[in-house]
Design a binder for this molecule. Sequence first.
Ligand SMILES: Nc1ncnc2c1ncn2[C@@H]1O[C@H](COP(=O)(O)OP(=O)(O)OP(=O)(O)O)[C@@H](O)[C@H]1O
Ligand SMILES: [Mg+2]
Length: 452
Amino acid sequence: MKKNTNVKILVVDDEKVHRFMLTSLFREWGWQAAEADDGITAVAAVREGAFDAILMDVRMTAMDGMEALQRINAINPAIPVVIMTAYSSVDSAVEAIKMGAHDYLTKPLDFDRLRQTLEVAMQHKRQGEEGRPDELREAGADTGIIGASKPMRELLDMVVQVAPTEASILITGESGTGKELIASALHNQSLRVNGPLVKVNCAALAENLLESELFGHEKGAFTGADRRREGRFLQADGGTLFLDEIGETAPAMQAKLLRVLQEHEVQRVGGQDTIKVDVRIIAATNRDLEQDVASGRFREDLYYRLNVVVLHMPPLRERHGDIPLLAQHFLKFYAHRNKRQVAGITPECMDLLVRYPWPGNVRELENSIERGVILMRGEYLDVGVMPLALQRWAGENVSAEQPEEPATLKDAERILIVKTLEETGGNRSEAARRLQITRKTLLNKIRNYNIQ
Ligand SMILES: Nc1ncnc2c1ncn2[C@@H]1O[C@H](COP(=O)(O)OP(=O)(O)OP(=O)(O)O)[C@@H](O)[C@H]1O
Ligand SMILES: [Mg+2]
């Protein structure tokens, strides 16, 4: 960025030395700087003047940063607020981001990072003023994420909020709930979108292989290492690294990951040099990491590093409302892919899809629909082409509250005959009399409809 003296930053910190250091730094960068020594003064300053960004300490005596953040947001939500926090209280940074802070920085401040963060924040503000990137607000729009239920809308709102920050993100949730999909959405809506998104499945490799996969190795580091290789961290430089199934990593690996996250540098296996990397981490797991921390299976310090922001993917059974949307979406997708004419899903089949508990979540739903589209004969997807597990479940879980509803005249006739026979205790002559048909006609119909 060129020197730009139109830029005005408000520094909020109760330590005079800090304020002095920061305002001097900003002036050196050609920016204007104002200062406030507590939250109250900061709020008053925002009421009176326009700022392009605010850099604020969380912990201050008279009105802390959190409260000040809320008030500033209420007065002028367009001003990006960047929070400063100590490493030891990263959880308050999470709070701050949830409350609308643009980003957070940990102390001691890294000046390059500080400048980059503030520039990005101001760029956002300008774009906001030009009325542009609220396209980000329409989360899901171009992400391919389907979901209109309340839990999904809340989740997508969180994605929009945290994607453009540098915060590490931990995505939790059962298998098949869409963790990887969300990771891609986070990268695509981040400021690193033009950088690479590199995905590593930590469960897929043995411990020693994972280490060289992640950090690279020198030639001759181990048998078979016939040349030097860059690891995934370096490949992801300037972008995002997605560490899938992080809960499966061994303790030694966890220690190495923690080091990279803290130092922002890696060391190849068998190598001596440390190499700087600029990578944002998104991790995912279907394990209960908190419990793993309690049982000593997962390092607590790494856990706290990763879970600055946690996005929890709700299981599909807790958002039935999304099932028809997802089902229609997959139906269209697989009909197109398999070049099949498909008109829709029968009501019985949709009823089953909505009631089934989906232990494999969205992936199981997707697979079921794909299979159905391949097997179906008519134009409508019906229960008959659903996987056996679903059909069996449907057999055992006939919806009790739903009496059989006739769809055709024949259905209606069959249901009426069954009902009358039940009422007459199986007395066919009496049933025929009530139905005003001959006994012979009734017997014919019983045979035709295969009534027991
Ligand atoms: N909300 C959604 N909208 C559209 N497709 C979805 C949605 N959620 C999941 N899917 C699809 O379901 C499949 C499984 O999703 P994904 O691989 O992201 O799950 P996961 O949580 O990473 O599972 P695992 O823990 O087993 O790795 C993918 O094909 C994905 O595209
Ligand atoms: Mg996955």
